[in-house]
Design a protein around this ligand. Structure first.
Ligand SMILES: Cc1c2[nH]c(c1CCC(=O)O)Cc1[nH]c(c(CCC(=O)O)c1C)Cc1[nH]c(c(CCC(=O)O)c1C)Cc1[nH]c(c(C)c1CCC(=O)O)C2
Length: 340
């Protein structure tokens, strides 16, 4: 698989590409299945339908990897938290976790209840062309904790950050519980057939450097090292969003570093490009314009070159109303410009 070879810095015929949030509302084919399912969570819990939307971007865009269709919030959901998605507001938990007593309420083994995810993986792996990879994923402990404590998305993260400074003991207990669940969940995804895993730390930038390493990165690296010891052949991709200023502190045993759009790719290359394969990082909004897309691709390829050590991706997720045609154009362009 071109994508897996690239994760291990092997020679590939071209630079592979996939896009974060490549399955979603911008695809009419996705909307059709989602409307049939009724809502987003029902879709996540229906393996046949989740498998169908996982495969769509590979068929429609010819990306080099599929990413499992699910959500990072199924872990807290299956720990027993009450999750709903409100139109225009994003995810909401009606019962946030803010004390040790709240923590006691959480079920310790959500991975046992996530069987619909493993069933989806089995269906996808059976139907996916042999040369295309299937990427499994999880939210990073810090990003999951922000939703579990705040109860929703947040602009300031004031509730969880207050706990970091006033009750670090509680915060570490929460982080440990989530970390253990993520490890068990990713093991089960690998056993079900995913070829690589990505851990999304979407809200890494909410913390100052010292606290990010203590409450974010250290736990994410613990997960990566646990997996690498057991499954050296499965690439581990870590994506901490918005920490361009903290690159000097990045350490640990994993394969691919996901570069967000706010981190200049030449800076990431200079600081991390020898130790890790880099994935990224075109600003997703460029996809509204073919010219802006072409310019974005050329700039990234100028730095990373048509050679091992780079996987093309966006610097964050695709937006819900992007023209599909431009996404197809991006994939063709990256393949053409890097063919060797
Ligand atoms: C923070 C986060 C979440 N979910 C995810 C993250 C980390 C990545 C990132 O930073 O974007 C990860 C995620 N969510 C989804 C995937 C599927 C695979 C893929 O990338 O295509 C993945 C990998 C589907 C989804 N997850 C969600 C949708 C939209 C649901 C719909 O309306 O159909 C999809 C396709 C819902 C979701 N889920 C989440 C939010 C904030 C929202 C609402 C925002 C929105 O409406 O776009 C939490």
């Amino acid at each position: 698989m071109v994508f897996i070879d690239a994760c291990f810095r092997k020679k590939t015929p071209y630079t592979p590409i996939w896009m974060m949030r490549q399955a979603g509302r911008y695809l009419p084919e996705y909307m059709e299945v989602r409307n049939k399912a009724g809502n987003f969570l029902t879709l996540c819990k229906n393996p046949a339908m989740a498998a169908e939307v996982t495969l769509q971007p590979v068929e429609i865009l010819d990306v080099d990897a599929a990413i499992l269709f699910s959500d990072i919030l199924v872990i807290p959901l299956e720990m027993g938290m009450d999750l709903r998605f409100e139109k225009g507001e994003g995810p909401i938990f009606s019962d946030p976790i803010r004390t040790l007593e709240d923590l006691e309420r959480l079920y310790d083994y959500p991975e046992e209840r996530l069987t619909y995810v493993y069933d989806t993986i089995k269906i996808v792996r059976e139907k996916l062309p042999k040369d295309k990879a299937l990427i499994g994923f999880s939210g990073a402990p810090w990003t999951l904790a922000t939703y579990m404590v705040e109860g929703s998305g947040s602009k300031t993260y004031a509730t969880i950050k207050k706990l970091i400074y006033t009750d670090p003991e509680f915060m570490h207990a929460l982080m440990i519980k989530i970390t253990e669940a993520v490890k068990a969940y990713l093991v089960k995804q690998i056993e079900a057939g995913v070829n690589a895993v990505q851990v999304f730390d979407s809200w890494a930038s909410a913390l100052e450097k010292e606290k990010y390493f203590e409450f974010g990165w250290d736990y994410m690296v613990d997960i990566a090292e646990f997996l690498k010891e057991r499954y050296p052949h499965i690439p581990v991709i870590l994506f901490p969003k918005g920490i361009a200023g903290y690159l000097d502190g990045i350490y640990g045993k994993f394969d691919v570093f996901g570069v967000d759009w706010g981190t200049p790719i030449d800076l990431a290359k200079e600081k991390l490009g020898e130790k890790y394969v880099l994935q990224g990082n075109m600003e997703p909004t460029r996809l509204y314009s073919k010219e802006a897309t072409k310019e974005g691709v050329e700039k990234i390829i100028e730095v990373m070159g048509a050679k091992p050590g780079h996987i093309f991706n966006l610097g964050h997720g695709m937006l819900p109303d992007l023209p599909v045609e431009n996404a197809k154009y991006l994939v063709e362009l990256v393949h053409d410009l890097t063919r060797r």
